[in-house]
Design a protein around this ligand. Structure first.
Ligand code: PEP
Ligand code: MG
Length: 909
């Protein structure tokens, strides 16, 4: 027997379970699990992701031959449970057909509802439901979705947006009405006729009337939609492999639009924005699911508490709230209790915050979906820590619940309270995704991309302002600072996607009138144009005129608890790459336990120093260079003192000068003229020196310890600055701990003379001052040769710090500065799975790290091993460094919390 492709679920028989996500997709697996928990779910079946793969590889006919019999059996089972027949005109069973991949991809793939309707069945539905308007509305929705998704009737111009909506608008104008809901059964019947003619005239085919033809068309279209443009973009942004495929869920339709005892909604077992342990969500009476998501009508809140909070934000008085926007808790108390019981069961069962969809059909509750809810970084942290405190999950799970990169959301800036005082709020919407954003208005997603990329500006900060967003807007949303929509609730597309991206979003700001054609946004009598500045507070829903300064976030509460927990489990230490006392202070506040890399050259560019550096470069002999270096010494010493103070008691790794000297001289005419004037030397001399410094491969040229080998006086000055600074700070009662690092070493014969200068200088300074500090002299491992001979280098060096940027560059033969022109293509084609400069190439470069670590330890068991390349802040790479047995990683200050958590996850994972 070949493996089944169809898995049933319902109150009678359920084949699947939550653990079968790979095969059934998230939605299908959880529908099955809900049935197992005796939660009311409309019966149906899931066609597996293996069928999707078979379809992609073998095509339509082969697939149909494989699944035909099983699908027919599945439909028969649904018929039996619902007591209706598929294709029975008198009382038709209608089906929904939805995609459902392993990972949730909200709104990215296609859905078809009300499948099974045709000209005969619509009459049967009307007779059975006693609601003619409902029957025709269901039919026109079906044709609209099917015409678009399966038959491929697409807009012919940008203005048209949706050809079916154009037809609806024309009829509304003709009938003199504004809202779809004002159209009656006869109007909707008209629409059905017009839709069918539109399909016939545009596509030269008729709308299929045979329910089975409809069903096969829909199933194949969902499989096709796995490869549509927006699904591809989403996969790219979220690292979802193409090979996963989607499952298809075929399920009995239930209706939330059968009158006032019917409703449909979306709920979260905890607050997806803040993480608060509060059941919440939105619903609409007499509506279909997509009405809630599309944000066309203002949804009502499920709980009374939520409703009161909403009214306060929306400036709706209590009387109006109760009369027009009552909560489900008030409106349908019995059903609310049932929903509450279901949400409790589901959260307790999955031990995670659930995102639920439900429909109430004529007083009966049906659950349509449950999944682990997407949430902001802040909610992720709070939910993990509260579930831990509530005993729902253990410490290990709590650590693994937070995606390290999402901590970025919490580290994101908020508005400067001082600046906010003068800010003028112009409108208020829903606090859909927290954070502060300030930028220039654009009205189209493609323009958001162009502006932010600099095609029409120069990397501008933009706020994408839309009536509502759709999956087509994804790229534009991802580059915007923030998103503002005039329509839509907390569960609208914009809100859900923005939260997923950790991006500030205010949705449903009803007072804002958006005119994308005129590129204006109007509130009352005031109009803003494209390019005008506005600011958004995604945590309160406020929209402000103009540009408002932002400041760093607070790092206490649940964040602090999570970090403390991470520190208890992690083995790797986390240091920071910091060149200034300010950076060092930030890093320490974020939990760094030392500086893993101070790039001393960064200090050389500031103010008058660059002049002394240039003097040194221009000097004709050693004496000249020493004169210039003497000017640099006090400045450099001052810098180091600042670092030692900020890192009192913790190691500070100071790297000797690394970049090629030509980086410090101007290459353009005007710059050279100015330098000549400033230094009072002929411009010809400068030009000559710049030419001498020119290199074909500067990254492989005269840089790193090669500078110190040829100009030992540079090393001497830097070492003197380090030790004088350390003694000065020690005299203040603090504990400086310098680690002097020699860059770009490839042989112990390069290391030894440089280390000798450092040690000799230390002894000299100690003798002059009559005091000492503890220090180490070590090296970077950033050339492949250094890794290969790490035992010989390790016999002399007290520590290794892997410079994985250069090590990657030299091992892979990819220029760090030029690889951008081809690497993305490499990754797209799967030649390398990831950009090796972002996440360490474990198979190749990683071997050198392991080898060098092992060789280093073989000659010096207590050798200190760290990483200071960009990879030190990448969670996947941190997992690798943990396994390789290193002692610490070092990363930019704002990645320190991310690295601490990633290190803990590596330890417990
Ligand atoms: C490295 O090469 O990984 C490193 C940290 O040094 P830099 O990036 O300064 O070359
Ligand atoms: Mg380097």
């Amino acid at each position: 027997m070949p493996a089944p492709y169809v898995y049933r679920f319902g109150s009678q028989r359920t084949d699947g379970a939550a653990a079968m996500k790979n095969l059934l997709g998230g939605k299908g697996a959880n529908l099955a699990e809900m049935c197992r928990l005796a939660i009311p779910v409309p019966p149906g079946f899931t066609i597996s992701t293996e069928a999707c793969t078979a379809y992609t590889q073998q095509g339509r006919d082969a697939l149909l031959a494989m699944i035909d019999a099983e699908v027919r059996e599945g439909v028969a089972a649904v018929e039996a449970e619902m007591g209706k027949r598929f294709g029975n005109a008198a009382d038709p069973l209608l089906l929904s057909v939805r995609s459902g991949a392993r990972a949730s991809m909200p709104g990215m793939m296609d859905t078809i509802l009300n499948l099974g309707l045709n000209d005969e069945a619509v009459a049967g539905l009307a007779a059975r439901s006693g609601n003619e308007r409902f029957a025709w509305d269901s039919y026109r929705r079906f044709i609209q979705m099917y015409g678009d998704v399966v038959m491929g009737l697409k807009p012919t111009s940008k203005e048209e947006h949706d050809p079916f909506e154009v037809v609806i608008d024309a009829l509304k104008t003709q009938r003199g009405v504004k809202l779809d809901t004002e159209l009656d059964a006869a109007d909707l019947q008209q629409l059905v006729q017009r839709f069918k003619s539109l399909i016939h005239s545009r596509l030269g085919r008729d709308f299929p009337t045979d329910p089975w033809e409809q069903l096969w068309g829909a199933v194949l279209a969902v499989f096709e939609s796995w490869n549509n443009e927006r699904a591809r973009v989403y996969r790219e942004l979220n690292d979802i492999p193409e090979s996963w495929g989607t499952a298809v869920n075929v399920q009995a339709m239930v209706f939330g639009n059968l009158g006032d005892s019917s409703a449909t909604g979306v709920a979260f077992t905890r607050d997806a924005g803040t993480g608060e342990d509060l059941f919440n969500g939105e619903f609409l009476v007499n509506a279909q699911g997509e009405d809630v998501v599309a944000g066309i009508r203002t949804p009502q809140q499920i709980t009374l508490e939520g409703s009161r909070r909403w009214a306060e934000l929306a400036l709706v008085g209590e009387d109006e709230r109760r009369a027009t926007y009552p909560s489900l808790e008030e409106l349908m108390p019995g059903l609310y209790q049932e929903l509450l019981a279901a949400e409790t069961t589901l959260e307790n069962h999955f031990h995670d915050m659930q995102d639920l969809e439900f429909t109430i059909q004529e007083g009966k509750l049906w659950m349509l979906q449950t999944r682990n809810g997407k949430r902001t970084g802040a909610a992720m942290v709070r939910i993990a820590m509260e579930m831990l405190a509530q005993g729902m999950i253990d410490e290990r799970t709590a650590l693994l619940r937070v995606t390290p990169d999402r901590l970025n959301d919490l580290l994101h800036p908020v508005f400067d309270t001082q600046a906010l005082k003068d800010a003028v709020p112009i409108a208020r919407g829903l606090p859909a995704s927290p954070g502060a954003a300030t930028g220039q208005i654009v009205f189209h997603a493609d323009e958001a991309e162009a502006w932010s990329k600099g095609e029409k500006g120069s990397g501008k900060a933009v706020i994408l302002v839309r009536q509502e967003t759709s999956p087509e807007d994804l790229r534009g949303m991802s580059v915007a600072q923030g998103i503002l929509t005039a329509r839509g609730g907390m569960t609208s597309h914009a809100a859900v996607v923005a939260r997923g991206m950790g991006k500030c979003c205010v949705s449903g700001a009803g007072a804002v009138h958006v005119d994308p054609k005129a590129r204006t946004m109007t509130v009352g009598s005031v109009t803003w144009h494209e390019g005008d500045w506005i600011s958004l507070n995604g945590s309160t829903g406020e929209v402000f005129d103009g540009r408002i300064a932002t400041k760093d976030a607070e790092l206490s509460g649940d964040f602090g608890k999570l970090m403390a927990l991470a520190d208890r489990y992690k083995r790797l230490d986390v240091r920071a790459n910091a060149d200034t006392p300010t950076d060092a202070t930030v890093a320490r506040r974020l939990g760094a336990t030392g500086i893993g890399l101070c790039r001393t050259e960064h200090m050389f560019f500031q103010g008058e120093r660059i002049q002394a550096v240039r003097e040194m470069i221009l000097a004709d002999d050693e004496a000249g260079r020493r004169r210039a270096l003497a000017k640099l010494l006090p400045m450099q010493r001052g810098d180091f003192e600042g670092l030692f103070r900020a890192m009192d008691g913790l190691p500070v790794t100071i790297r000797l000068l690394d970049p090629p000297l030509h980086e410090f001289v101007p290459h353009d005419d005007a710059g050279q003229q100015a330098m000549a004037q400033q230094m009072r030397v002929p411009v010809a001399k400068i030009k000559r020196r710049v030419e001498e410094l020119h290199e074909f491969n500067p990254m492989l040229g005269h840089r790193g310890c090669r500078l110190g080998i040829t100009y030992p006086e540079i090393t001497e000055m830097q070492a003197r600055a380090v030790f004088e600074a350390a003694l000065n700070v020690q005299a203040e009662g603090l504990k400086p701990f310098p680690e002097v690092m020699i860059p770009l070493v490839g042989s112990v014969r390069e290391f030894n003379p440089q280390a000798a200068i450092v040690r000799k200088t230390a002894e000299a300074v100690f003798a002059e001052r009559g005091a000492k500090v503890h220090y180490l002299v070590g090296t970077m491992i950033e050339t492949p040769r250094a890794a290969l001979v790490a035992d010989s280098i390790g016999s002399q060096a007290e520590f290794f710090s892997f410079g994985t940027n250069d090590l990657t560059q030299m091992t892979m033969g990819f220029s760090r500065d030029d690889a951008g022109s081809f690497l993305p293509e490499y990754v797209k084609k799967g030649i390398y799975e990831q950009d090796p400069f972002r996440s360490i190439d474990q198979k190749g470069v990683g071997q050198l790290v392991e080898l060098a670590a092992q060789k280093g330890r073989s000659v010096r068991p207590d050798i200190e091993l760290g990483v200071c390349g960009e990879h030190g802040g990448d969670p996947a790479s941190i997992g690798f460094f943990h396994k390789a047995g290193l002692d610490y990683v070092s990363c930019s200050p704002f990645r320190v919390p991310i690295a601490r958590l990633a290190a803990a996850q590596a330890a417990v994972g």
